[in-house]
Write a protein that binds this ligand. Structure first.
Ligand SMILES: O=C[C@H](O)COP(=O)(O)O
Length: 255
């Protein structure tokens, strides 16, 4: 199975810096055999205003561009919102929903997240559904809470592939990721729950939360990839993760 690597730029970069990062990453990715062969899938999630330059910079590469949010409605009087239909029209392929920052800072509930995931799917976008426990608890309790969140956040959504990003809130913006055993336990439970849901064939479970080079190799078969934040700001670090993803894809193919 393809190993997935995603990068959210959140609101860290200004326009010029983001455009320069797209140019550098596009150049590095064109020379990356595993990305070119489709063994490793890369997606990039910039701010809304950076979406069009990202689509232009990655055109002709397999890199897909996502949005950091999406409206629950498809059209109408919703000042400040951007619809999934318009995102799809300009070449966006994925929409992030339910990120911990949206939930905590913008009061987005599971109900709102489910409406946004549904909007993405009905317009042909792949939701990158972010899930994770708020406080550090033992892995089994985290798995239980996160699986409940998964069921609530896809309630009523049309069928289609989703990327589940397991992001324990306490590991986001931290110095280190969650311990490997913790990630593997929760990701394994999410995978089992996902496999039970109808219409989710081809879906992936990735880990995010202070992820960077050196992590993927310790997670074995329990995750399908990583969702990176700060530790992809340096393109060299991103390429190091892509190399590790390529090694994982090779191991999986050989197994
Ligand atoms: O969307 C990405 C995650 O929230 C991870 O961010 P971080 O790696 O900077 O902690």
């Amino acid at each position: 199975m393809t190993v997935t690597v995603g990068v959210s730029l959140k609101m860290y970069f200004g326009h010029r810096q983001a455009t320069e990062w797209f140019r550098t990453v596009a150049e590095r990715v064109r020379a990356h055999a595993a990305v070119a062969a489709g063994d490793v899938e890369l997606f990039v999630v910039p701010t809304y205003l950076q979406v069009l330059p990202a689509v232009a910079a990655f055109s002709g590469t397999p890199v897909r561009v996502g949005a950091q949010d999406v409206a629950a409605a498809d059209a109408g009087a919703f000042t400040g919102e951007v619809s999934a239909a318009e995102l799809a029209e300009v070449g966006v392929a994925l929409a992030e929903v339910g990120h911990a920052e949206r939930r905590a800072l913008f009061a987005e509930t599971d109900e709102i997240t489910a409406a946004k995931a549904a909007a993405a799917l009905r317009n042909g976008l792949t939701p990158v559904l972010c899930l994770g426990e708020d406080r550090r608890v033992h892995a089994e309790a985290a798995a239980e809470a996160t699986v409940a969140q998964l069921r609530a956040d896809l309630d009523g959504a049309p069928g289609g592939r989703v990327v589940l990003a397991y992001e324990p809130v306490w590991a986001i913006g931290a110095a280190d990721p969650a311990p490997a055993h913790h990630i593997r336990t929760v990701a394994g439970a999410l995978r089992a729950a996902l496999d039970d849901l109808p219409g989710r064939e081809g879906s992936s479970v990735v880990y995010g939360g202070s992820a960077g080079p050196g992590l993927l190799g310790s997670l074995g078969d329990d995750v399908d990839g990583l969702f990176l934040g700060r530790f992809a700001h340096d393109p060299d670090d991103l390429v190091a993760v892509l190399d590790e993803a390529a090694a994982l894809a090779r191991t999986r193919r050989a197994a």
